[in-house]
Write a protein that binds this ligand. Structure first.
Ligand SMILES: [Ca+2]
Length: 734
């Protein structure tokens, strides 16, 4: 994949939207409730019908009676780099009387995530009502895996999902909140009934651990069943049952199903790929148990999940073992980040879609319902050469068909909810409206005007970095651009806005815009994402004095090296970023990115226990390396576990003569019962090994061992007996 500079066409996203119409079961359709909610993260419903929608940048918005209120409930100062920002919300179970709202956000200096309580006064916050509930552990420079989900359990306790900050070992460390589900009192204090009652403050708040990025959680009304949706790394997305406290879900050692009895397996999981039922990130899950609904009874009690990348909604029965997936929706709008069951008995989802972030409602109309317009098109005023887009939203039974008209005449091909005119010229001015039709009737929108201003759109160009530039993590990328305009001349710095989006595979992480500068630097973090199929997209937008815009875009790719991992003896296991790998193994890594390497110990091969001895590059068994500028091999040396001579009695075996100068030595051993087992010899570097079967009789045994085929050296002799490995050193001299 090699992107060169490309000019953005404003209409592209709308054209794609119209081509990818949502597919629902018969009689289901979606209605847009609100849009223009940029970078939405999560939402919560009040029983009075209001929907609170959090924006990553710190604003909490309110949708009331189907309208997005212009004034945010609150605008918090947050750090919103990467996946940070305002990313969690829960309403108090007694919200109707105490008006408490809990928010999870990254503090503005980026040092940590915080959980705070705020008090509502109608649709806005009571000034200075913030009460800090819990300060979470310090963050590294990695800006991803923050979790953020909040929910009250049936016990009235607040459950908090915290990501592992892109460091897998945090998930197994009971002295940090990172990578955990916490269970706390509303004020942050320790509740009774948590699984760990001793140790650190963190440990005593932990409800479940071994999690990577638990972005959403859900309780089932009635049963209290508690599911945690954990976004996976390279293989599996998980739904985990954390109803019972104290479970370890295995990250980073295990993702998906594991045979390790210490890990709780997911109740449902799905893998990578294209299409329905697979994907890249589980960003929503909800138990569909509304008080009332007009959905068919077969949907009630099901657990609905949503995937961000492949844009589908599936469901499964949470009450059965190994539940099967049921298809529900495909090609949903944009990138879904949250799915909820509304108090009105409908499913809702929150999407980073082409309309600037939207809330959608999924409705069931078994009897055809005529269309009604939920959002009218608006008047548009554009400069010559720009793109004009009219939008309409309507509810009613699917399928809905659209026909846009200019000055009362049908426009050929203008048959979607959005209608775009590119490269607008004076002749495009006029009056526009749309008629929406289904089997039960039709409705026509308000007529709105398109005005064309005698103004030419500006031109934008990114001049730095060069298209051939490749970055190294930890270094700064210098960016610069120009903006020219026929009427205004050279555009001033205030006309410039930069967007630097981090792309990984098929999804992207939005970064906050940098405005008011013609040039600047961007430092690439060394932590956060270890994958190598990553790049940054620099987008420059310039705006002229009449409001006309132009964009330029440049994709900047990394320099990469190959990291190879080996062990001596060969074939043993290591860990990379906390996950087990079997050697030899090679991975491509972005230069400058930090990787955590470690060893698995002890390991048993052919009955011999091995333990870590040293790394080829030196250093501790577990260490952090920075991906170098050249390919490299990291070799971990292991040694057999050899019991010392002073432990002769304990070992239970004796060897004579030792040293041995002939072709045989004798091993004496006392067995508690008859048994067929085996013994092995190995030199410390495993250059010479020998394995032989041994039949032991109850009582004293004197076993001759042929070593005529082994060269001079020190060897570990290991005997398996009663499930234990007994070892002793012997020296062979020729
Ligand atoms: Ca102009």
């Amino acid at each position: 994949m090699n992107y060169s500079t490309l000019l953005f066409i404003f209409t592209s996203t709308f054209l794609i939207t119209s081509l990818e119409a949502q597919v629902y079961p018969a009689d289901f359709s979606q209605v847009r409730v609100a849009n223009d909610i940029s970078n939405p993260t999560v939402m919560a419903f009040a029983n009075d019908g209001r929907i609170f929608v959090a924006q990553q940048g710190g604003a909490l918005r309110v949708i009331k009676n189907g309208t997005l209120l212009a004034t945010p409930f609150i605008t918090l100062a947050v750090n919103s780099i990467g996946e940070r920002g305002l990313i969690g919300i829960a309403l108090d179970p007694d919200f109707a009387t105490n008006h408490f709202i809990y928010l999870y956000y990254t503090v503005s200096d980026g040092s940590h995530n915080r959980l705070s309580r705020f008090t509502a006064n109608g649709d806005v916050v009571v000034a200075n009502s913030e009460s800090i509930v819990l300060e979470l552990d310090p963050l590294s420079t990695a800006s991803n895996h923050n979790g953020g989900a909040l929910a009250f359990g049936p016990d009235g306790k607040l459950f908090v999902a915290v990501g592992e900050n892109a460091k897998g070992t945090n998930s197994q460390d009971l002295n940090t909140y990172l990578g955990k589900i916490l269970r706390i009192n509303k004020d942050g204090s320790l509740p009774a009934g948590n699984p760990f009652t001793d140790g650190s403050e963190q440990k005593k708040r932990i409800w479940a651990y071994g999690l990577r990025n638990p972005y959403t959680i859900s309780f089932q009304p009635g049963t209290g069943k508690f599911f945690v949706n954990d976004v996976g790394q390279n293989t599996w997305e998980e739904v985990n049952d954390a109803t019972t406290g104290g479970k370890n879900f295995g990250w980073p050692s295990a993702e998906g199903m594991s045979t390790n009895p210490n890990y709780a397996n997911p109740v449902y999981y799905y893998g990578r790929g294209t299409g329905d039922g697979v994907g890249c990130a589980i960003t929503g899950g909800t138990f569909f148990n509304p008080a009332t609904t007009n959905y068919p009874a077969s949907y009630i009690g099901k657990y609905f999940i949503m995937d961000y990348c492949n844009k589908w909604i599936n469901s499964f029965d949470p009450g059965v073992a190994n539940p099967a997936r049921a298809a529900f929706a495909t090609a949903v709008s944009g990138g879904g980040v949250s799915i909820s069951t509304g108090p009105d008995g409908n499913l809702y989802y929150l999407s980073r879609d082409a309309s600037g972030g939207s809330v959608f409602k999924i409705v069931y109309n078994p009897i055809a319902v005529a269309p009604t317009i939920t959002q009218q098109p608006a008047n548009i005023s554009v400069s010559q050469g720009e793109t004009a887009t009219f939008n309409v939203s309507a509810s009613g039974s699917a399928p809905l068909t659209y026909q846009w008209k200019k000055n009362n005449v049908n426009i050929n091909g203008a048959t979607s909810a959005a209608y775009s005119i590119t490269n607008v010229q004076a002749a495009a001015a006029g009056n526009y409206k749309v008629t929406i039709t289904n089997s039960a009737g039709s409705v026509t929108s308000n007529e709105v005007a398109l005005s064309v201003i005698a103004n030419k759109a500006p031109g934008a160009s990114i001049t730095s970095p060069a298209t051939t530039y490749l970055y190294i993590a930890g270094t700064s990328i210098s960016f610069a651009g120009t903006g020219t305009d026929t009427e205004d001349g050279e555009l001033p710095a205030s006309a410039f806005s930069w967007q630097i989006d981090f792309h990984h595979d098929i999804h992207k992480h939005d970064q906050p815009a940098i405005t008011g500068v013609k040039s600047g630097t961007f430092t690439v973090p060394v932590e956060g994402e270890v994958a190598s199929n990553v790049w940054y997209r620099f987008i420059l937008t310039v705006t002229d004095s009449k409001g006309a815009k132009a964009k330029d875009s440049l994709d900047v790719f990394p320099k990469k090296s190959t990291l190879s991992f080996a062990t001596l003896p060969a074939g043993l296991q290591l860990t990379l970023d906390g996950q087990p790998i079997t050697t030899p193994k090679s991975v491509v890594s972005v230069q400058g990115v930090k990787r955590e390497i470690g060893i698995v110990t002890p390991q048993v091969v052919n009955g011999i226990d091995y333990q870590f001895s040293s790394w080829s590059q030196g250093g501790d068994a577990s260490q952090t390396i920075s991906t170098p500028s050249a390919d490299i091999i990291y070799t971990a040396n292991f040694q057999p576990v050899i019991v010392g001579l002073d432990e002769q009695v304990l070992s239970g075996i004796d060897l004579y003569p030792n040293p041995v100068r002939e072709d045989y030595f004798y091993m004496t051993v006392v067995a508690t019962e008859d048994q067929d087992t085996f013994m092995s010899l190995a030199d410390p570097l495993m250059r010479n090994t020998k394995k032989m079967n041994v039949s032991l009789k109850k009582g004293n045994n004197n076993v001759p061992v042929y070593v005529g085929d082994l060269s001079t050296g020190m060897y570990a002799v290991s005997l398996k007996m009663n499930g234990q490995s007994l070892s002793k050193r012997i020296v062979i001299l020729k």
